[in-house]
Structure formats: structure tokens, C-alpha cells
Design a protein around this ligand. Structure first.
Ligand SMILES: Cc1cc2nc3c(=O)[nH]c(=O)nc-3n(C[C@H](O)[C@H](O)[C@H](O)COP(=O)(O)OP(=O)(O)OC[C@H]3O[C@@H](n4cnc5c(N)ncnc54)[C@H](O)[C@@H]3O)c2cc1C
Length: 375
């Protein structure tokens, strides 16, 4: 019997299990494939902010970036490689966005020195750029394994969830609370108001004789060279191909070509040998914000508040919720930046009774879903 069962051992589940176990709770971490066997295992795990103009996505991204970078460096230093980040615009629109970002960010940055710029391709030099004082790349398997070690790990495919006499039953496991961090996989319960938008991605590790002194981001992210001359390049974005739902095999050669071509528009890479491919699916949300918090019991809510289907607005406290059931999902291409920040929010909610930022509550999608359905 556990205080909390976390379903899904990607970065969302692992960071949640770590935070809750450190707060003194008995935590079971459950995954069909083991640690970081889903989208997280494919990630380049760059810790960088979103270079967007303004609004809640930017604010959340910068707050999460600040928190998560320090958190990885403090707790997982052996698995965190820190570096400055050179962010370069890649078209006219992003040129304007980077220029705007520079005048509106709280993050410390400088102009790249001319010596650094000479290492870039001429067309990359022509774009707006900024040099962020800090960023990192996390070793996914290493860091997630240390996080998971704080909990009790179970390699089980959870087929169903049942709530009986105050406890959730996940096969033979029982827990008072359940956190669903199942990424782009099928929901275990009826949650029709949130269908994760699956974005397939491919990244590669290459060996090259070119020395890259820092993390770069333009058409793709390019990590600084490690001591063996290995550089991570990622990632592609494909919303049409989803290996979780399709039997069609993936064309690795095409993906490699795309990645190398995009990286070579930023920096010329010599004597390239592709060492390893990584592929996986990100789970995104339609408003680009993650989902964290109590899970609405949709059918009970509609039964209790039938006028919601006519567009009537209710306070979300009037919605019906599954008992002690929470989700963390929709972190898109920024799971390694967002998850630790969200995990603290969830810990503070469960352990200290603090509020969760309303912007990320899953309940925000319920009325929107009903309105669309009834249109
Ligand atoms: C190629 C690529 C590159 C990326 N690069 C970056 C990057 O540089 N920086 C960054 O921040 N993010 C990056 N991302 C995004 C990041 O990987 C995701 O945001 C993150 O993996 C989401 O984590 P998650 O825990 O929500 O999902 P996942 O890692 O997919 O974990 C979900 C887990 O749930 C398990 N599961 C599902 N259903 C069940 C069930 N019924 N029973 C048991 N287990 C179940 C699955 O086995 C899986 O392990 C990248 C993603 C890809 C694909």
C-alpha cells in the first residue's frame, strides 16, 4: 500500500516521484517499459527557455527554466552538462521575435563575441542572435534513474484503474493517490477533454572532428562537444506519424539527412559519423501550456451540471473530480524544463495544500470541449 502511485516513468513521472518521496511519502513508480522508455528516452534533454514573445507560455517557460536548471545542477550534477546557449533566429519572423525577446526577458544574456560568430555559417551570422549565460543538457537515463531510486519501481503495464474504499487499485498495487504521467499514450480513464497532440521526433548523436564550444539552437539544437567529440543534434517534428498508433516503419535515413542538413546551416560539421538514433513521441496541448492537477470526472460533471453543454460557465470547484487523482501531461517539447517545476507545484499542493497555478489546471479544457462538441 502506497501513499502515491505515479503511472509513467518519463521525466514527468520520475521528477514527481522524486519530489514526493523526498517529502516523506511512500511512492510507487510504475511503467510498462521501465525508466525513460517513452518520449523522455529520446530527448536531447536541452534545458533552455522557449524563445517566444510574451504571455503565459513565456512566463511559465522562464520560471521553469530558472528553477529546473538549478535543480538539475544541484541534485544531478553528475548527469548535467552546463554550457552557454547561442540562440539564433532562423527566418524573418523569428528574427523579429529574437530582437523583441532581448528587450523583454529577465534572463541574463549577452551579444555573442565576433570570434564565436566566425565559427558559424555565413547565413547564420546574418540573423539576430543572443548568448544566454546558462543552459544545460541532461543525461536522461542517468538523471531519471537517480530520481526513480527514491521511489519503489514497478515494471508493469497498468491496464485499468479502480477506486474502492478510499484506495486506487492498479492491478495488485494499491495507493491513496494516483498521478497519471503517461505522455502520449492512451488515457487509463475517460478524459475526453484532453487528447494529447502527438508530435513524433528523431534526434541523433554524432561523432565529428569539429569542436563545438557551446550549445546552439537555430533550425535544430546542437549540443557542445563532449570529451569524446560527440554532439547531440535534435530534433525533427512530425505531427503526421505516430508509432504508438501506426505499424508503418520509420525512415531513419531520411530523418538523419534532415537533421544533418539543418545543423549544417548553422555550423559546418566535419567527418561526421552518426553514432546513435533516438526516436519518440512528445505529448503537446493545444494551448501550448502543460496540464497539472486534479482530473475532472467528465461524465459525472455533465450529469451534475447539464447546462455546461449549452455553454453555461461554472466555477471549476463545482466540477466533479475523481478522488485523489492527478495528471501531469502536455509538456510538449519542453518536458525536461517544465517537469521539475510542475512536480514542485504538485508536491506543494499535495503536501502543503498550496494552490496550483490555474493556467495549467486540466479543468480549463472541460467547457471548451463541451462547446466544441455541441457546435
Ligand atoms: C526526439 C525528441 C527530442 C526532445 N528533446 C527535448 C529537449 O531537448 N528538451 C526538453 O525539455 N524536451 C525534449 N523533448 C520532449 C520531452 O522528451 C518530453 O516533453 C517528455 O519526454 C515528456 O515526458 P513524459 O513523462 O510526459 O512522457 P514519456 O516520457 O513519454 O513517459 C510516459 C511513460 O508512461 C508510460 N506509460 C503510459 N501508459 C502506461 C500504462 N498504462 N502503464 C504503465 N506505463 C505507462 C510509458 O511507457 C512512458 O514511459 C524531446 C522529445 C523528443 C521525442
Amino acid at each position: 500500500m502506497f501513499d502515491v502511485a505515479v503511472v509513467g516513468a518519463g521525466i514527468c513521472g520520475c521528477s514527481t516521484a522524486f519530489m514526493l518521496a523526498k517529502a516523506g511519502l511512500r511512492v510507487a513508480l510504475v511503467d510498462a517499459k521501465g525508466i525513460a522508455g517513452g518520449g523522455s528516452g529520446a530527448a536531447g534533454a536541452f534545458i533552455a527557455p522557449k524563445f517566444v514573445k510574451s504571455g503565459p507560455v513565456k512566463e511559465l517557460s522562464e520560471a521553469a527554466f530558472h528553477f529546473s536548471l538549478a535543480w538539475y545542477e544541484q541534485h544531478f550534477g553528475a548527469w548535467t552538462s552546463s554550457s552557454r546557449l547561442l540562440h539564433i533566429a532562423n527566418n524573418a519572423l523569428s528574427n523579429a521575435r529574437v530582437a523583441y525577446f532581448k528587450t523583454h526577458t529577465s534572463l541574463p544574456f549577452s551579444a555573442p563575441d565576433p570570434q564565436l560568430l566566425t565559427q558559424l555559417q555565413p547565413q547564420a551570422q546574418a540573423f539576430e542572435s543572443l548568448l544566454l549565460a546558462s543552459s544545460a543538457v541532461v543525461d536522461v537515463k542517468g538523471a531519471c534513474s537517480v530520481m526513480a531510486a527514491e521511489a519503489q519501481m514497478f515494471k508493469i503495464h497498468v491496464k485499468s484503474l479502480r477506486h474502492e474504499r478510499g484506495l486506487w487499485h492498479l492491478g495488485a498495487l494499491q495507493a491513496r493517490h494516483v498521478v497519471l504521467s503517461t505522455g502520449a499514450h492512451e488515457h487509463l480513464l475517460d478524459i475526453p477533454y484532453f487528447t494529447p497532440r502527438a508530435v513524433f521526433g528523431h534526434r541523433i548523436n554524432i561523432h565529428t572532428t569539429t569542436h563545438n564550444p557551446l550549445n546552439m539552437h537555430q533550425f535544430v539544437s546542437i549540443s557542445k562537444s563532449d570529451s569524446k567529440g560527440i554532439i547531440a543534434i535534435g530534433a525533427t517534428h512530425d505531427v503526421h506519424y505516430n508509432p504508438l498508433r501506426s505499424e508503418v516503419s520509420y525512415d531513419y535515413a531520411k530523418g538523419r539527412m534532415e537533421l544533418l542538413e539543418k545543423a549544417s546551416r548553422t555550423i559546418a560539421l566535419e567527418d561526421v559519423e552518426v553514432m546513435e538514433d533516438f526516436t519518440g513521441v512528445r505529448a503537446a496541448s493545444i494551448d501550448h501550456l502543460p496540464l497539472l492537477g486534479p482530473v475532472v470526472d467528465f461524465l459525472k460533471t455533465v450529469e451534475t451540471l447539464p447546462k455546461i453543454s449549452q455553454g453555461k460557465e461554472y466555477n471549476i470547484n463545482q466540477y466533479k473530480y475523481y478522488p485523489n487523482l492527478y495528471m501531469m501531461n502536455g509538456v510538449g517539447g519542453y518536458g525536461f524544463v517544465l517537469a521539475p517545476y510542475l512536480a514542485v507545484m504538485l508536491r506543494n499542493y499535495l503536501v502543503h495544500g498550496s494552490a496550483i497555478d490555474p493556467l495549467v489546471l486540466p479543468s480549463r479544457f472541460v467547457r471548451r470541449y463541451m462547446m466544441q462538441k455541441c457546435r
